[in-house]
Design a binder for this molecule. Structure first.
Ligand SMILES: Nc1nc2c(ncn2[C@@H]2O[C@H](COP(=O)(O)OP(=O)(O)OP(=O)(O)O)[C@@H](O)[C@H]2O)c(=O)[nH]1
Ligand SMILES: [Mg+2]
Length: 345
């Protein structure tokens, strides 16, 4: 289990253009308050990192600001945790004004209690991870003040963006909205393209999509229009600052009439990934009865297997890549929408 999590961490590092030169594990009953791992292990990492000429040491678990500081002293390299890495990927990927504002807010909130000399200006310099600041305490205090101001500013901006999103949503009330959600790399954008013929970015890389994208599409030949919404992927231990600042993007899912929970059924870890996405969906207030579970990448699974997760949770098999099963999925969506209307009448 821990090994698989480390593999995902390596995947995240690669998504952020960081090359992985070594990995190590430590098993212990409880984390050390000061250094997370044991001091001896930290010293061992210091030697290995030096030997491998690493610039950066990444931990799969969240570290407290104090732990980062102590570890950096021992390892003598920049130390970051999983949350910082995910934030960095988001920073690199954010394109629209909304996504950039959300990401910067999340990163600054994360950074504020962690601002040390090494972290200074991390997000603002080209090169991102690995950049070291070298200024003194005075500069640090000034940076903290600047960061606090910036956070206030970003929050105001975001409030404005959220208001205009609300207005847009009201304007779409005539059409039903179908949101695609799920673990990162599950194939949401591929399915979105298949359902709408839109050209959303598809990449075999974590977090290819950050901005939610809306496109009209139709569920049958008579052409009754619906709106599909492609959204940011979820991942195990998504930093809570990100969930908080992506609230307005995630609201596209919360307000959707039907949510397609896309699962990469060909992954060895599909169950865990599905559970992680279930948790996020629950957290943002999506009721189970609005969710259609979609088993994607059927072309990579031998003999498909049962069309359900459990007795009370059916699933639709599709291959977003080949288009297999997509008509069944459309019928399922239609049925859900009709069910909705009946329930409302
Ligand atoms: N074999 C196979 N590959 C697929 C299928 N659907 C998607 N993929 C591949 O899976 C990878 C991820 O696809 P995306 O559509 O970008 O996934 P996503 O869920 O939008 O990912 P993020 O935006 O990064 O969260 C790409 O390499 C796709 O080509 C499928 O049905 N079969
Ligand atoms: Mg995508």
């Amino acid at each position: 289990m821990v090994e698989e999590h480390l593999e995902e961490l390596a995947e995240l590092a690669r998504a952020s253009d960081v090359a992985v030169v070594g990995q190590t594990l430590q098993r212990r009953r409880s984390p050390d308050a000061r250094t997370f791992i044991g001091k001896g292990k930290a010293e061992e990492i210091a030697v290995a990192a030096d030997h491998l000429a690493a610039d950066l040491v990444i931990f799969d678990d969240d570290l407290s600001p104090v732990q980062v500081k102590n570890l950096e002293e021992i390892v003598d390299k920049q130390v970051i945790d999983r949350s910082a890495l995910i934030l960095e990927i988001f920073v690199q990927r954010a394109r629209t004004r909304e996504a950039r504002t959300q990401v910067e807010l999340a990163q600054n909130e994360y950074l504020l209690p962690r601002l040390t000399r090494r972290w200074t200006h991390l997000s603002r310099q080209a090169g991102g991870i690995g950049v070291r600041g070298g200024e003194g305490e005075k500069q640090l205090e000034a940076d903290r003040r600047m960061l606090r101001k910036r956070i206030q500013h970003l929050k105001r901006d975001l409030a404005k963006i959220e208001r205009s999103r609300k207005v847009q949503r009201r304007g779409r009330r005539d059409a039903s909205v179908i949101a695609l959600a799920g673990y990162t790399n599950a194939g949401k954008s591929t399915l979105f393209n298949r359902l709408t013929r839109a050209g959303a970015t598809v990449e075999d890389k974590l977090f290819a999509t950050l901005d939610s994208k809306l496109r009209r599409g139709s569920l049958d030949h008579d052409g009754s229009a619906v709106v599909f919404s492609d959204t940011v992927g979820f991942i195990r231990k998504l930093p809570h600052h990100l969930v908080a600042s992506f609230r307005s993007t995630l609201e596209e899912i919360t307000h959707a009439d039907v949510v397609l929970h896309v699962v990469d059924r060909s992954s060895d870890h599909w169950q865990e990934q599905m559970e992680v996405a279930d948790e996020v969906l629950e957290e943002i207030g999506v009721e189970r009865d609005r969710v259609v579970t979609v088993f994607n990448k059927s072309d990579r699974v031998d003999g498909e297997g049962p069309s359900q997760v459990s007795d009370d949770r059916p699933a639709v098999w599709v291959s977003a890549l080949t288009g297999a099963g997509v008509d069944d999925l459309k019928s399922e969506i239609r049925a859900r929408l009709n069910g909705d209307r009946r329930a409302l009448a």
